[in-house]
Design a protein around this ligand. Structure first.
Ligand SMILES: O=C(O)C(=O)C[C@]1(C(=O)O)C=C[C@@H](O)C=C1
Length: 88
């Protein structure tokens, strides 16, 4: 494969990553609506721990750095919490 072809592959993957982040954010927005309707707090620490544990397991499964993957998920969770707080 040429350098251009490899970079084209990266370009496609990068777009897919952003698409998945958008999908995750959309679902989290929907969860936020449900929590607001039920007067539940925006933060659910047990759920956050479950997300982080899964992130670590999936990192191991796909042989990527667990700390890096967990840092990314921590950021995604924090972004959702900021959004959820703002929408109340
Ligand atoms: O599952 C929820 O309750 C969410 O709001 C989603 C989410 C997440 O991004 O995974 C965000 C904030 C919560 O503290 C826990 C998890």
């Amino acid at each position: 494969m040429s350098l251009d072809e490899l970079r084209e592959e990266i370009r496609t993957i990068d777009r897919e990553i952003v698409e998945k982040i958008a999908q995750r954010t959309y679902v989290a927005d929907t969860i936020a609506q449900v929590k607001a309707e039920r007067d539940l707090p925006t933060t659910d620490e047990e759920q956050e721990q479950a997300v982080m544990d899964r992130a670590g397991e999936n990192a191991e499964r796909f042989d990527v750095d667990a700390n890096l993957v967990k840092a990314m998920f921590r950021l995604l969770i924090e972004l959702n919490k900021v959004k959820q707080r703002e929408s109340r």
